[in-house]
Design a protein. Structure first.
Ligand SMILES: *[C@@H]1O[C@H](CO)[C@@H](O)[C@H](O)[C@H]1NC(C)=O
Ligand SMILES: *[C@@H]1O[C@H](CO)[C@@H](O)[C@H](O)[C@H]1NC(C)=O
Ligand SMILES: *[C@@H]1O[C@H](CO)[C@@H](O)[C@H](O)[C@H]1NC(C)=O
Length: 325
């Protein structure tokens, strides 16, 4: 039975090969108007963390008649798209994060299962599952994340446990969005050091300007272990400013970022800065090709394919199968 043998081999090689860790959030999205944005002091195209004044925003949003719920969270979305691009075997992607023992948590678990992602959540009952309000005006999307349970991820309570750490060890490619630096930098460092020691690929995402601005210290602690850094031009510009690069030329910023100190010198750091709105999603398809050990050009091609599909849909959703070869 050569076909079965082939499938077994494939499975043996790549199950749990991509490891992601981040903030699992349930996206609550609705179309709003400019008055709504103004009322809560939101920019039309932004990503921020919820403050006390945004509590009412969530209440108002769910009362609207055309509200949609999607499984979300930046890292979880990225590994979900990578799994979708790969299709089989299932559970190539592992995901860790913290949720609450509540209805939204159950939805997230179900969605992860449907996406064939091997999610192992740290479940606690002190905080509810995190949510992310997506306030849509035209082509713009203003995201307000209420981390809640996602903020409660604990290295000692989850990552360090034998069964969980074994999954980390199984992986060959690691992806963590910068957003998670606000939650558990010690968890990120542990994973990043492991990847570097074992000569595996560790990827990070600058995620948003506020990460470089307000979480520069933990970001720079992880940077020596980063093999691939993703970001868009706005995030790159802020990063450059925070590091005193004294240039706003994107290619120059990329070069300087590439040359920042690196622990594992066997592999040069790759910097992927996207320009333009659509290209942000492109980088996610990149991950799927990377896991399959394709060359860089192929990773970029896969990225563009995923972007083209997902950009045309609401939330981070996709058709049943990709049409990419
Ligand atoms: C989207 O945001 C940009 C600024 O980021 C603004 O120029 C544009 O008018 C906004 N579009 C809508 C429909 O709100
Ligand atoms: C890059 O992402 C930030 C959020 O991190 C967003 O505000 C900005 O508009 C994006 N820039 C482009 C050019 O898409
Ligand atoms: C990096 O994060 C941004 C914002 O969440 C996202 O649009 C982009 O696709 C991410 N890149 C990867 C490789 O996941």
């Amino acid at each position: 039975f050569p076909a079965i043998e082939e499938e077994r081999k494939l499975k043996f090689q790549i199950e749990n090969m991509l490891f992601g860790m981040g903030n699992p959030l349930l996206d609550i999205s609705a179309v709003v108007d400019k008055d709504f944005l103004d009322k809560f002091g939101l920019k039309p195209n932004d990503q921020i963390l919820a403050e006390d004044k945004h509590k009412v925003l969530f209440e108002e949003l769910v009362k609207r008649n055309k509200v949609e719920y999607h499984a979300g969270g930046s890292t979880q979305n990225s590994v979900k798209i990578a799994q979708w691009m790969i299709q089989k075997p299932h559970k190539v992607a592992t995901f860790f994060g913290c949720i609450g023992t509540d209805h939204f948590g159950e939805i997230l678990k179900k969605k992860a299962e449907e996406a064939h992602v091997d999610a192992h959540y740290y479940e606690q009952n002190e905080e509810p599952t995190g949510t992310c309000a997506a306030c849509i005006t035209g082509d713009n999307r203003s995201l307000v994340a209420n981390l809640a349970a996602a903020n409660c991820y604990k290295k000692e309570k989850h990552l360090d446990l034998d069964g969980n750490w074994e999954l980390v060890e199984k992986a060959k490619v690691y992806y963590i969005a910068g957003f998670f630096l606000t939650v558990s930098p010690e968890s990120i460092l542990k994973v990043a050091k492991h990847a570097s020691d074992k000569d595996k690929i560790f990827c990070m995402n600058l995620s948003a300007p506020f990460i470089s601005q307000f979480f520069k210290e933990p970001l720079m602690k992880v940077m020596p272990y980063v093999d691939i850094l993703f970001g868009n031009e706005t995030e790159a510009a802020t990063f450059a400013k925070e590091l005193g690069f004294e240039t706003d030329d994107i290619a120059e910023i990329a070069r300087k970022t590439q040359n920042l100190p690196k622990e594992n010198t066997k592999r040069q750091r790759v910097v992927v800065f996207t320009q333009g709105k659509d290209d942000a999603v492109a980088t996610v398809g990149f991950l799927s090709a990377l896991v399959q050990e394709h060359p860089l050009e192929e990773c970029i091609r896969a990225g563009h394919y995923a972007a083209n599909v997902i950009i045309k849909r609401v939330g981070c959703t996709f058709p049943e199968k990709p049409d990419f070869h």
